[in-house]
Design a protein around this ligand. Sequence first.
Ligand code: NAP
Length: 797
Amino acid sequence: MDTQVIVVGAGPVGLMLAGELRLGGARVVVAERATEPSTESRATTLHARTMELLDQRGLLDRLGEPPNDPRGHFGGLPLDLGGTGSPYPGQWKVPQTRTREVLLDWAAGLGADIRTGHELTGLERRDDRVEAVLRTPEGETLRLSAAYLVGCDGENSAVRRLAGVAFPGTDATRELLRADVAGIEIPDRRFERFPGGLAIAGRRPDGVTRVMVHRFGRPAVRRTEDPAFAEVAAAWREVTGEDIGGGTPLWVNAFGNTRRQAAQYRTGRVLLAGDAAHVQMPVGGQALNLGLQDAVNLGWKLAAEVKGWAPPGLLDSYHEERHAVGRRTLGNIEAQSLVLLGGEEVADARSVIGELLGYDGAARHLAGMITGLDIRHPAADDGHRLLGARLPFAELRTGPGASTRTADTLRSGHGVLLDLDPDAPEHAELRAEAALRADRVRVVAATLTTTGPAGDSAGPDGSGGTGELAGVGAVLVRPDGHIVWCGEEGAGALRTALHRWFGAPSSAGAPSSAAVPSSAGAPSSAGSRAFHRSADHTVNRSTTMGTLVNKTALVTGSSRGIGRAVAERLAADGALVVVHYGRGKEAAQDTVDGIRATGGRAFAVRAPLGVPGDVDALFDGVEEGLKEHTGGIELDIVVNNAGIMGGLTPEETTPELFDKLMAVNAKAPFFIVQRAAKNLRDGGRVINISSGLTRFANPEEIAYAMTKGAVEMISLHWARHLAARGITVNSVAPGITNNGSPVFDNPQAVQAMAQLSAFGRVGEPSDVADVVAFLASEQSRWITGAFIDATGGTLLG
Ligand code: NAP
């Protein structure tokens, strides 16, 4: 396979999906026909649920501060979109070009391979893969194979056509003409009804006015191209009497009440999302929101499928859930189009609906439908009110002085077991259950501080809103933010929900309430010691894999690159992590903030290595921070990761550079182990980051490789020395790993580097972090003094 998933179309939906797939660990190529991004503003509204989803992924800051319009409408009748139980009520005005830019940066930053100027011309399905035939910008034919292909290529989807997916529905019977016009001065009009038609005009901050006009009773025209501006101006004059013909049209088009929906969102290895799956009149800005929400529903499920852990039926639940949502949305749009584009004959229907909208319950119901806030996955008609609903907003306290928000706990794209009553004795069992899938579900132990936006007592249909989480005890949340289990249902139901949504455990060990201490707070050193080793130094097998709750870890050089991924992973497994750095204070703080935002515990310590007094300075900071957070100075895990490279030929290598490399890469780790031995609890872990270059010649890194050879000696000899205390010492050797340095932005360089690995790609920091996490866990107890090749097969030759 060339990749795991091909996404066709780099509009907002394709890019959202690509980002979600990357978060789930899937490799993805996005093929986009256009060579340049569209400059048309198109959809301009983001609804509350979409804003919440962007918030979950940490993307809201990137949008800036978009204007908010609390006034919604239903078929042109005023509908208040406030009071929805969301922190983002109303309509947020963001041009589609901006939404796309933000998602492009995000997806590309996460490693999605985005190829513009690549047009899909053919699609071949095999039993084990799907092959896309693409025309490249050079006019050549490129074949790409992948496990799955998703069409996010809009209303005229080539994927849907090539895959032969039925697209039943009805063509437009009525149409609206639309134009973005500069240089006109007309009053704003909000769904203004004239005897002959409907007129809408809104002036944007940039001075451009968007006009939309419909003449009552006029049937839709079958168009092969966009209308001329003169036609729009004539219709506008006919309806309003105003002349806009002197303005400069920037974008002109027509749209109607076409309504079609793909019969299947999934056929085998081909899936559809966004407008490729459903076409609807863009009324009330629902289309783009519907598409983005498709992408968030699909991303984690498809990633789970290609990563191999998806339980049966998970991927099919995408069609089940989103087809139903699409059908309902298309229905409300149809109802709106009837009362919006009808003339005198709908006057009575409009006044009845208008009366109903005066009732709070009716308005909330429609607001929930239009904003997407009332969606429940899987549709749950019985059971707890939160089941299937989205995770409501709440602020959480995760430790002394540490807080986060519910949205932030979902940032990493994992599922979350949110334990809101960590001291309840029976919750230890819940956390242990979730910890069996630590690679898919993160445990966040926290208490509620505030719940929901002020003034709201409940969301639409009773879901979401203030107080919704109060008294619930714990919830299991899917990566897309939907709740699939509530504490009141008990541990047995949690096990079922974990199986249904997150698959089989990654560890064979049976959970035990002894495995995870009941308190998420500071450990007592005696308790912790008993936790992972029994008194006679035989192993306590009830410890669960990936569970580092109540352990402490020092990761040197963890402000960025591999070290950061290690820090994040160990924190996700429950450890309190010391994020060490030399110069990059901001990067270190960013790592700490990221860990805290997802419910983890970390603090930063600065100590430049390779200078006199370096190790003492480091441990002064480590011990001070540990005391503050745990009351003790014990460490369980030390990862010697900080390192620098040489990059000079053997001839050019100077004694000064040699000494510097040795001081940072070899001398400092030696003395860190020597010093840490005093803090390490029996049964602790030391992991030294070496390099594949101790087995693979590269003359430009001769001095660097020598330092890494020395690192491996630290592991070998300290392993023997510390074995009596049950402390293991091992080396992990990464191959070329994308640490975010500029060379990884150069596709040619990346391609050349990728060839070195047997898997044909460069490593990701998480590839190495997962290996380190294993060595840090109880499961690695029988390995010490070892060299672990984490080069992705680079050393196979
Ligand atoms: P990186 O992105 O360059 O990050 C290096 C980290 O080490 C930063 O947090 C940096 O913090 C810290 N650091 C560097 N020099 C320091 C000093 N003198 N004092 C204190 N901190 C210092 O590194 P990386 O690529 O992730 O590599 C991490 C480890 O993996 C290194 O040991 C490296 O040799 C090894 N490795 C990497 C690769 C690879 O392809 N990336 C391959 C094989 C082995 P400041 O920025 O704050 O100084």
